[in-house]
Design a protein around this ligand. Structure first.
Ligand SMILES: Cc1cc2nc3c(=O)[nH]c(=O)nc-3n(C[C@H](O)[C@H](O)[C@H](O)COP(=O)(O)OP(=O)(O)OC[C@H]3O[C@@H](n4cnc5c(N)ncnc54)[C@H](O)[C@@H]3O)c2cc1C
Length: 389
């Protein structure tokens, strides 16, 4: 194993691993440091709690990274329709892939499946080394390179270090990069459930004043749910018996899929918006959750991170000189910050709009949903933007 690379990526999650493969394909020598390898997969395993709605744009990037086949070979469920409605009125909007002339709106995939398929691509790549389990302990940059010391005591050098090490990024902390945070005071409760009625390859989302509830369709007919709630209410629901929880959940979805007949393990994640300022410094860049986290209500978190990876790989590919220079990295930040900020603010706006119980806001959102639903052009522009096509 060598010690000199073009790029060192701290974090082999979905975003860091996508970036590694894109850079490897561009002929760069890459080291990926990953603290925890993902748990292996067997088709008979129950579905994981953590799934992501992978957009068409992310699917394209994962195809280019050499991982999409490995994802589909394990398991991925396409969804063709998205149905969104307001619990406090009759506002409703429906997006249908068929109306767009597309086979689907995206795929629901377990995070572990995405990561394992990317790790296969990394292991097969001659110019990528996987250093796992290992993590970053310290780094020092000079005019030519950055030297990274690992927890194992090993040192590695590169022109560029990328922090893809998630929301609690050690790279970001060691670099002294500031973080703007917004605690939503909410938790995202996740679990896999069976319902009496079939999910119809539809992603169902009901907005309630306490937060949105999403049912995402899985390949075996079950659904993965993300239920955003005030933190104390989420904790109370975690502690309910399975039968009481199923009753509450079916009611919260307004019985659109009938009774909830079974529930697996439940977990809840605290939800916090974060934004790093800046994303870059000389010889260092942040991508994915290390740079920003957003409210999961539209399932865009990893999709934004993969867009970061694609953009940074493009900037590096186009550079013939020093890929760790501030000039190159600033071009990456300029291209990505606007989209990330806009999406983060839009999610916060939706959360506040749908959380407001005052009558004028109820009328506004219900009539707004119904009007947009009737305006095919606007509706499909929104859908195409979310899909990244
Ligand atoms: C409840 C919930 C539901 C969500 N649903 C969706 C959805 O439907 N669609 C969507 O797009 N997004 C969703 N998200 C967001 C999505 O999960 C994240 O945006 C995504 O996981 C970020 O990927 P990442 O690779 O940047 O970071 P991570 O997934 O956090 O990966 C970071 C990796 O770095 C490793 N690591 C950490 N520290 C170190 C270190 N010091 N050295 C080396 N390695 C290290 C970790 O082991 C990990 O493998 C959801 C989030 C939540 C909380």
């Amino acid at each position: 194993m060598q010690t000199q690379y073009d790029v060192i990526i701290a974090g082999g999650g979905m975003v860091g691993s996508t970036l590694a493969c894109l850079l490897g394909n561009a002929g760069k020598r890459v080291a990926v440091l990953e603290a925890h390898p993902p748990v292996d997969f067997s088709p008979s395993d129950p579905y994981d709690l953590r799934v992501s709605a992978i957009s068409r744009a992310s699917q394209r990037a994962l195809l280019e990274a050499g991982a999409w086949e490995g994802i589909v070979a394990r398991r991925a469920a396409s969804y063709e329709v998205m149905q969104v409605w307001d619990a406090t009125g009759d506002g409703e909007i429906r997006f249908d892939a068929a109306d767009l002339g597309e086979p689907d709106l995206g795929h629901i995939v377990e995070n572990r499946v995405v990561q394992l398929a990317l790790l296969d691509a990394i292991r097969a790549h001659p110019s990528i080394d996987l250093l796992c389990p290992d993590k970053i302990a310290a780094f020092a940059a000079d005019a030519q390179q950055i030297t990274v010391t690992l927890a194992s005591g090993k040192t590695v050098q590169a022109q560029l270090l990328v922090g893809a090490d998630g929301a609690q990024s050690k790279v970001r902390d060691l670099a002294g990069i500031a973080l703007e945070t917004n605690d939503y005071g909410q938790k995202g409760l996740v679990c896999v459930v069976q319902t009496a009625a079939p999910h119809q390859a539809t992603a169902w989302q009901r907005f309630m004043p306490t937060g949105p509830l999403a049912f995402l369709p899985l390949g075996d007919g079950s659904s993965s749910i993300v239920w955003t709630l005030p933190a104390d209410r989420a904790d109370a629901l975690l502690n309910l018996s399975a039968s009481d929880f199923c009753r509450e959940l079916a009611q919260a979805l307004d019985f659109r899929l009938g009774d909830v007949t079974a529930v697996g393990e439940r977990a809840a994640f605290s939800l916090r918006g974060r934004h790093a300022e800046p994303y870059i410094q000389a010889r260092l860049a942040l991508v994915g959750d290390a740079a920003h986290t957003i409210h999961p209500l539209a399932g865009q978190g990893v999709n934004l991170g993969i867009k970061d990876a694609v953009e940074l790989a493009n900037q590096i590919r186009q550079t013939h000189g020093d890929i760790g220079s501030v000039k190159v990295l600033r071009a990456y930040e300029r291209a990505r910050r606007g989209d990330n900020v806009l999406t983060q603010k839009a999610m916060e706006g939706f959360r506040l709009l749908f959380g407001n119980t005052l009558m004028p806001w109820k009328i506004l959102r219900n009539s707004g949903l119904s009007i947009v639903n009737r305006m095919s052009f606007l509706k499909y522009e929104i859908a195409k933007r979310a899909m990244g096509i």
